[in-house]
Design a protein around this ligand. Sequence first.
Ligand code: AMP
Ligand code: GLY
Length: 417
Amino acid sequence: MKVLLIGSGGREHALAVALNRDPELEELHVAPGNPGIAQIALCHAIDSDDNFQVVALAQELGVDLVVIGPEKPLVNGLADELRKADFAVFGPSALAAKLEGSKDFAKQVMHDAGVPTARSFTCTTKAEIIAALDAFGAPYVVKHDGLAAGKGVVVTDDRQLALDHAYLSPRVVIEEYLDGPEVSLFGISDGTTILAMQPAQDFKRALDGDLGPNTGGMGAYSPLPWAPADIVEQTWIQVLKPTIAEMKARDTPFIGLLYAGLALTKQGIRVIEFNARFGDPETQVLLPRLITPLATLLYQAATGSLKNSPDLAWSPDAAVTVVLAAEGYPSAPKVGDPITGVESVEGAEVFQAGTTLKDQVLHSSGGRVLAVTGVGSSLETARSKAYEAIAKIGLRGSYYRRDIALTASLSSKVREN
Ligand code: AMP
Ligand code: GLY
């Protein structure tokens, strides 16, 4: 099988590694990719936000499958254009990607599908905003309707801050606050059938102890020893399956990765958000644990033939990933500095994200520079491997969280005793 993967981040690096493990894979092409991906696949320096260029590349290469990593090309209709040109595509149409692209749309789908989520109001006027904030009270949750690269959501006790954030967007979703640990649980869908993956947890705040600003994600781990034993089954029943059925009934089948961001509240599972693509950095811990060959699996999803495929197979091992962030991330990341030590990492996997080659030397080019994943028989072992490895990497001013998967690894140790 010849596969073209679209994207250039740590998620795509992890996807590329996992696709390469599939014995059915003959050629892996990535556009545009990054220096890490270029070591294991053929990279093509096109503008992947330009649908025309991507379709032309897929045609030139004659690929059997296109896998779309990031949300932007999905919302821009890349999957539609590729399907029009007769390619098998893993990634939802623009209409189906609205599950991520519009919070209001996602709420409507959940409502119609009977999927448990926070009660909410979609507001377009000041009066509606004030009424919605008063209806729910603090903590206030205000979400801009459209794609906002992680900057669209504010959760605050400060009413003025909530109001200010709401007024920035012509359309906002204001919802009740959900109390409980957050879990990311992904499903792989062919439009009719959806297979649930294992749960993961990511760490969104920049600093230890969940302090500091929100980020794209500073680390992740899987599995979750503390989560209810039936979390995968319950999420499949309550969330994934009805959402896929609803999308199909609307004639906009969801073919791709449905990312359910969940809060495990005292009242049960609640959906915080949907995304229409693999999560980053959760993918960097999930795919190293996935035994099922990935290229074949995504091809089955892209061609409507998941029904006959067996359940996903997982390694019992734990995985922990730690993100190395540039100085100043997330508000003003410093880029263009040399990165040392990546080649010397042993016993862990480095997934590159914000990197570039300058005179053959690896340099930082983004806020989240790379992620280091350790895999081991326990979360504790996986953590040690990830942290030992990341300590070997040098980048001036960079930082990483020291407490990724710490609480979970301690609680699972107590359980073993
Ligand atoms: P989102 O972009 O929807 O994932 O929201 C970003 C973050 O805001 C989530 O990961 C949660 O930590 C938080 N959040 C969003 N919605 C709620 C909610 N209804 N209750 C509590 N926290 C929320
Ligand atoms: N890990 C959060 C995201 O991918 O949106």
